[in-house]
Design a protein around this ligand. Structure first.
Ligand SMILES: Nc1nc2c(c(=O)[nH]1)N[C@H]1C(S)=C(S)[C@@H](COP(=O)(O)OP(=O)(O)OC[C@H]3O[C@@H](n4cnc5c(=O)[nH]c(N)nc54)[C@H](O)[C@@H]3O)O[C@H]1N2
Ligand SMILES: Nc1nc2c(c(=O)[nH]1)N[C@H]1C(S)=C(S)[C@@H](COP(=O)(O)OP(=O)(O)OC[C@H]3O[C@@H](n4cnc5c(=O)[nH]c(N)nc54)[C@H](O)[C@@H]3O)O[C@H]1N2
Ligand code: SF4
Ligand SMILES: [Mo]
Length: 723
């Protein structure tokens, strides 16, 4: 396209988009060319490009300000329902991840021993050939099942899954069992859907948050909606052993004893059923199993729950009555990373049943909006080979109600160590840091020792890459295309706003190259990233240029399919025969969580607003604004033990110990300590984060909820000793 023509196109576009988009000619050639093709050109060399954030999985819409080929500012896109014009502190600081001096700019191949961190630069051809030849050798010698694949939720995951299923391995590790399996499996068993959508409308007046720290563990749109509800005067009950920023905003903070949220919710059910406060019409029409629940919860009175939870019986009774009175404008929030104890599935079931009993469906909860990804084109591919090998994470044999796509990651790791039911030999890891995110870091490293080959796809040498044989550098989210993302009635694009650093390439490109070398080229029928997106857009009759210019396009209106509860009975299953049949309780039931022996503490983990998981501590801007990570210890306990703020302590669990300084505070229960996750990195390739703080993953013992497969992090008990 000639410059003239593209300038004309820009002028036309400017008229319809109110001049929102202008990308400069001084951009690097490939980006400038693409920008010109999309008609986003001006002569000053400055521009604003719409795309999507990836500093966490929420994917807010952003507008990148680009100057002379560099991103100089990131802002929220008002045209995106997640960001609504706002980016959180991590999103605003995202350019420091892209411009991290520790970015890997060429493929790396290990030269020293694993864990020594000695690598040499390699060409893409060499690194991809080496990866493919190892994967082929493993498949030939031991079968495809000997190769493990793992990745955390991201937009190119669809092609990651394509690679793994085409290769033929059943072994897939996702972050979900480390995150929200308990919530998802409970929703599936009760409503037949993974996660209901929450509605914070003007009338929502009562919210119970069970450890959902929305003010710090941010999901921009929902955090905003909660703030608005609080401003409107909604009553918020917040259960957390720790006084978080959400506790500070709540109407009441209940510093519940860890692991006893189940007892609290069972007592709410007891009052609501016992005092006949439930929604008869809704329960009769849509649910089954009230009698069984009523029988089960009869003994779980507030007086029963009070000594277990540490919350007064009167208060529990009042909350139950007020919640029911506010219904249907009342929401018991499922929580998200609800992997605290092996009874977390039961807690989640109790919450799902509570919501159903008060009939708040289609008022505060609704079945997800049914995004019409079906309207997008798909990339043609042959069918996958049949996979008959057993899975190393024991799904479904030991975890019959856990969906295969979700899995139980920590079990997969442990089977690599045990070599049972067979020995794994290779691990391909993308966009994930299991060395930090799985409990018991020493065990994860032990698993690595069992493997002949480890390859990682990342943007820096994260802790997992540090132990890998090959590291493949992905272009950052500001430097690449990903598959399109439908959100509601629109589809959004992530597009390169700058050139990649060095030779970094998109995951779409990396998986295709690898697929071709594995003889799986038929599964990757796209010429390049732009061709991939054009194939997705084809049925919409929209061009790549149009979506690049606006950041999104509308999807055609789709017919609302009549909604049915996708359970075996077609009703909300307060009692689940499915659970009963496989030997689990059919209704929510009390399971007492273990308690720390005298002198030990529950170890709490929990997000902070300025970091995402284990992947942003090396961001120099976020590093500047972060507090020094310290161990929270209750002030009266510290005084009893002769400890003061700033003391160095040794924290020890059954599996590890770390040194850290104390933060002495009244903001935590006396029987708990809290450590910020994401610090104590092993990789010296992270020059900003290395040496800062300590890792709670070193301390976490691996416990797994037998129903949902969730890890149970708060079930780790520690001693604290002054050093
Ligand atoms: N800034 C930021 N935001 C994020 C993320 C991030 O890394 N950083 N990550 C995103 C992701 S992937 C997720 S899953 C969500 C997670 O968001 P949340 O579900 O809010 O999870 P956490 O912050 O891990 O833990 C919340 C709280 O649980 C408390 N807790 C521990 N044990 C118990 C218990 O037994 N009972 C109760 N009631 N509380 C307990 C902890 O003290 C902690 O304050 O956040 C998302 N948002
Ligand atoms: N102790 C403890 N353990 C936990 C939790 C906790 O609170 N405490 N939280 C749990 C939860 S809720 C979750 S969801 C999991 C998360 O566990 P993981 O998914 O393993 O952790 P992340 O830090 O999200 O890993 C993301 C990786 O992606 C890399 N990355 C960033 N951008 C890109 C990119 O553009 N391309 C590629 N290829 N890589 C990129 C980062 O460098 C980082 O290494 O951890 C769980 N484990
Ligand atoms: S919540 Fe923050 S980090 Fe996550 S996508 Fe939105 S702006 Fe980015
Ligand atoms: Mo998560």
């Amino acid at each position: 396209m000639s410059n003239d023509l593209s300038r004309r196109t820009f002028l036309q576009l400017g008229a319809v988009t109110a001049g929102a988009l202008v990308v400069g000619q001084m951009l690097p050639p490939a980006v400038a060319q693409a920008a010109q093709d999309a008609g986003m050109v001006n002569t000053q060399g400055d521009g604003f490009v719409p795309s999507m954030c990836e500093m966490c999985v929420w994917r807010c819409g952003l507008i990148a300000k680009v100057k002379n080929g560099r991103v100089v500012k990131l802002d929220g896109n008002p045209d995106h329902p997640h960001s609504r014009g706002h980016l959180c502190v991590r999103g605003q600081s995202g350019l420091f991840n892209t411009y991290d001096p520790d970015r890997i700019t060429t493929p790396l191949i290990r030269v020293g021993n694993r864990g020594e961190g000695r690598f040499r630069r390699a060409s893409w051809d060499e690194a991809l050939d080496l990866t493919a030849s190892n994967m082929l050798a493993i498949r030939e010698q031991y079968g495809a099942q000997a190769m493990v694949f793992s990745s955390t939720h991201n937009l190119s995951q669809v092609q990651f899954e394509n690679l793994l299923y085409a290769y033929g391995s059943p072994n897939y590790g996702t972050q979900r069992s480390l995150c929200f399996n308990a919530m998802i499996v409970a929703n599936l068993m009760t409503y037949g859907l993974e996660e209901p959508e929450r509605i914070y409308d003007d009338q929502l007046s009562y919210i119970i948050l069970t450890g959902r720290n929305l003010m710090e563990a941010v999901s921009t749109s929902e955090t905003g909606e909660l703030s608005e509800a609080i401003a409107r005067g909604a009553h918020v009950v917040y259960l957390d052993p720790r006084f978080t920023k959400t506790a500070a905003k709540a109407s009441e903070w209940l510093p519940i004893k860890p692991g006893t949220d189940l007892a609290f919710h069972l007592a709410l059910l007891n009052v609501i059923i016992g005092e006949d406060l439930y929604n008869h019409a809704f329960v009769a029409q849509y649910t089954l199993g009230l009698e069984q629940v009523a029988e089960e919860v009869a003994p779980y009175t507030p007086e029963w729950a009070a000594p277990i939870t540490g919350i007064d019986a009167d208060r529990i009774r009042r909350i139950a009555r007020d919640f029911a009175a506010a219904a249907p404008h009342a929401l018991a929030h499922n929580g998200w990373r609800t992997s605290n104890f092996v009874n977390s599935f039961q807690t989640q079931r109790a919450i799902t049943v509570l919501n159903a009993l008060v009939g708040n469906w289609n008022v505060t909860l609704r079945a997800g909006g049914g995004e019409s990804s079906g309207a997008l084109g798909t990339i043609p591919q042959p069918p996958y080979p049949r996979i008959s090998a057993q899975r190393l994470d024991h799904v479904p044999s030991r975890f019959p109600v856990v969906p295969l796509k979700i899995g139980v990651f920590q079990e997969l790791r442990d089977s690599i160590i045990s070599g049972e039911p067979y020995q794994a030999h290779g691990w391909f890891i993308a966009r994930q840091n299991p060395v930090m995110s799985l409990p018991d870091r020493a065990r994860t490293l032990q698993a690595f020792e069992k493997l002949d080959f480890i390859a990682t796809v990342d943007i820096v040498v994260n802790d997992t890459a540090w132990f890998s044989d090959v590291i493949l550098p992905e272009a950052s989210y500001l430097e690449r295309y990903d598959p399109l993302l439908p959100v509601g009635d629109r589809v959004y694009i992530r597009q390169p706003v700058i050139e990649p650093q060095g030779e970094a390439r998109s995951a779409l490109w990396i998986y295709k190259q690898l697929g071709e070398r594995l003889g799986l080229g038929d599964y990757f029928q796209y010429a390049d990233e732009e061709d991939y997106i054009r194939q997705q857009l084809a049925p919409l009759g929209v061009t790549l240029e149009e979506i690049r210019a606006r950041g999104y396009v509308e999807l055609p209106p789709h017919e609302e399919a009549g909604f049915n509860w996708n359970t075996p009975s077609g009703k909300i299953e307060l009692y689940s025969e499915t659970l009963d049949r496989v030997g689990f309780a059919g209704v929510p039931t009390w399971e007492a969580p273990p308690e720390p022996p005298s002198g030990q503490f529950y170890l709490l983990t929990g997000k902070v607003a300025q970091a995402t998981q284990f992947g942003t501590q090396n961001n120099r801007m976020l590093h500047k604004v972060a507090d020094e990570p310290r161990l929270w210890l209750n002030d009266s306990v510290a005084a009893d033990r002769g400890m003061v703020d700033g003391d160095w302590v040794e924290v020890s669990s059954a599996v590890g110990s770390v040194h850290i300084r104390l933060h002495v505070t009244p903001a935590i229960r006396p029987d708990c300590v809290y450590l910020t996750p994401g610090y104590g990195h092993l990789s010296q390739g992270l020059t900003t984060a290395f040496g800062v703080g300590a890792s709670d993953s070193v301390l976490h013992v691996t416990y797994t909820d037998p129903v949902s497969g969730s890890q149970a992090l708060t079930q780790t008990f520690v001693t604290v000793r002054k050093v």
